[in-house]
Design a protein around this ligand. Sequence first.
Ligand SMILES: [Fe+2]
Length: 221
Amino acid sequence: MTLSSESNGAKLLNLFATPAARVPCPFGTEINEALTNAVRRRMTTEVKDLAFKSETVGNLTDWDDPAVDRLTGWMLGVARTFVETVRREPLHEAVGAKTATDVQILPQRSWASIYRGGDHHSAHNHPNTAIAAIYYVASASTCELDLFDPRVNVDLFDPGITFASEGQIVRISSRPGELVLIPGWMKHAVPQYGDADVRISIAWNLAYAFGEEVHLKPAGD
Ligand SMILES: [Fe+2]
């Protein structure tokens, strides 16, 4: 007997796939120096020094910085393409709306992070966020992001043999100039940064905004 043949009525299903994407910015090398300078400037005046890294205060979409705005505009287009590619339909059709402008993807919160040698960010997710977007601005080496198995019951029992990648940690290694998109609920971590130089990244928490014609509100709204 085989489970991969349709002829005997048996079917093998691989369920609950999780989409994630890494996309190079076509103009990344053009803007990364300007972004680095903008973030470093902000870090001198509006900085949140956490024990494990430094973050800018407020939203970088309010900086009125041309490089930040150009990057944000491009990122929003990529995020839309990301969802539409996975769903295989235009975003507005997902909620039965008539026109593309009835659904928008907007940044709710945005900030820059600086990691110095020894810094890290332990496992967390981004609450009330449809898509978490992370862009890498500068780093001497690759920028690593660990993604954790999101299936909530996966740690409850270890049978000795795994057959569904239970508990697997997937490490995404990116270069400056690359954007990573993951669902906001996905638990992730930044492993300890080992370089003497700094690692600069920008993050946006994205949410859907629905037109008045759309009678749907996201959970928690
Ligand atoms: Fe995060």
